[in-house]
Design a binder for this molecule. Structure first.
Ligand SMILES: [Zn+2]
Length: 466
């Protein structure tokens, strides 16, 4: 193996970018969310580094989206039989894109809410109570509204509390996520409860952008898109999610140029906006590429989202999980990354490849992809502690989507090994002649692919629609 990738990227280079993202969050209300000024400052920072350190063609690609904002604090109470005011976050939460409303009504069981038949006999004007699961929140809400529901309560899986998630687009009625116990208590009672829901929302258009940087050399009919989302959630500075991927991507971009790496295929570095609101930036990019025909020039996508979780595992997207048409390419990309980790004597595991980060719009359009992930809110299983150490009964990232996802929430050891693997994947594919053929031809025999045992792992709810 060419060991140059071991030295080209440095932890100091990546940490300098993470320090900059932390400073941006500190100066902008503690976050870098797409709808807030910290995001635009992050865009400016990435552009300024690219312009200072590379000769790439840098483009800021604008797009916009709608969000709903609260005009007042939402409220949820039981009027009868027993008057109770429920606590926000603890006992109920709003779903993103909830509608407005202010009313009292009886609550009626709507089953799972996934089809019109769930609402046969539903009294129009009531509040629908539906179970989480089987279909997305939006479908449940639309079916309930079609049956005349004034509001929708979605209760969580058994044993789980109040929750949020996204409805994807603005709804006409209030939609709250409540605990399993509360939801069942409304249904498993002889006396129909009368509940009160209050939600006052405005729809706001947000103007934001992606950053795109193209190498000036390389075949522009065979483009490698190397992406990472640049936005955080509003709850915190987003230094692991996804400062870690964004900073690594910036280091890859500047080092590829500084080291004068072989670029036979054009490399397009991308920093996506509004991932946390539903993969909006990458979806917009892919939709535009389809419209312009540029999609036909895109050979593959690499995605780097959460590369430095403090209680990490070393996850590589499971290419076998891809659709048949692109599986060979996805497996080849996976093998590049794992080959590097094997060479570097680092343990790794395959991880879910179902479209929950910005590679989603690419694989949906038959572009092979791969990437890295070090874990989010899922509790680290025992058998992972044997390989990676870390803390028992603790999430891979205990600060996932929280205020404490700051500069101290970074494991530098896993971050640099991931950055080196990423650089190895970028420099190998950018230097591969006939990349399309490489992507459609198995690069290792099934025998070569007998790997260290790995464990299936439920991974991130980066974006909860169900
Ligand atoms: Zn993320």
């Amino acid at each position: 193996m060419n060991t140059k990738p071991l030295s080209a990227v440095s932890i100091e280079g990546i940490m300098a970018h993470l320090d900059a993202f932390q400073a941006i969050a500190n100066a902008n209300g503690g976050n870098r969310a797409a709808q807030n000024p910290g995001y635009n400052a992050s865009v400016d920072y990435v552009v300024s580094v690219l312009e200072a350190k590379t000769n790439y063609t840098v483009t800021v690609q604008p797009f916009n989206f709608e969000i709903t904002e609260e005009n007042a604090t939402p409220k949820f109470s039981q009027i009868s039989p027993s008057p109770v005011d429920y606590a926000r976050y603890l006992e109920f939460n709003t779903l993103s894109y909830t509608g407005s409303g202010d009313f009292q009504a009886s609550a009626t069981d709507g089953g799972d809410g996934c089809s019109a038949s769930s609402f046969v006999g539903f009294p129009s004007g009531n509040i629908a109570i539906v179970a989480r699961g089987d279909c997305d929140f939006s479908t449940k809400t639309d079916n309930a509204v079609a049956a005349g529901a004034m509001g929708v309560l979605i209760y969580n899986y058994e044993g789980q509390g109040a929750f949020s998630g996204t409805l994807g687009s603005t709804k006409s009625v209030p939609v709250f996520g409540i605990s399993y116990d509360l939801g069942r208590s409304f249904i498993d009672t002889t006396e129909t409860p009368v509940l009160s829901m209050f939600c006052d929302m405005s729809v706001v258009t947000v103007y934001t952008s992606n950053v795109i940087a193209d190498t000036t050399i390389g075949n522009d009919g065979s483009v490698i898109v190397v992406g990472s989302h640049l936005d955080s959630v509003p709850e915190g500075p987003g230094i692991n999610d996804n400062g870690s991927g964004s900073a690594t991507n910036l280091e890859l971009a500047t080092e590829l140029y500084r080291n004068n790496a072989t670029v036979l295929n054009k490399v397009r570095f991308a920093w996506w906006g509004a991932e946390e609101l539903g993969l909006l930036g990458s979806s917009y990019y892919v939709a535009q590429a389809i419209e312009s025909g540029e999609i036909n020039n895109i050979a593959m996508n690499l995605n780097f989202d959460m590369l430095a979780s403090p209680n990490y595992f070393r996850g590589v997207y499971d290419g076998e999980g891809a659709a048949a048409g692109i599986r060979t390419g996805c497996v080849n990309i996976e093998n590049l990354l794992t080959t590097f980790f094997d060479f570097d004597n680092k343990p790794w595991n395959l991880t879910e490849f179902t479209g929950r980060s910005d590679y989603g719009p690419f694989i949906e359009n038959n572009i092979p992809a791969g990437g890295l992930f070090t874990g989010a809110e899922v509790i680290k299983p025992d058998n992972f502690r044997a390989d990676y150490g870390g803390m028992a009964n603790t999430a891979f990232d205990p600060c996932y989507h929280a205020h404490c996802d700051d500069i101290y929430n970074i494991d530098q050891e896993v971050l640099i090994s991931n950055a080196k693997a990423a650089y190895y994947a970028v420099t190998t594919t950018s230097a591969t002649p006939l990349l399309d053929r490489w992507l459609t031809t198995a690069q290792q025999s099934p025998k070569d692919r007998v790997r260290a045992p790995h464990h299936a792992l439920p991974t991130s709810n980066v974006f909860t629609k169900q």
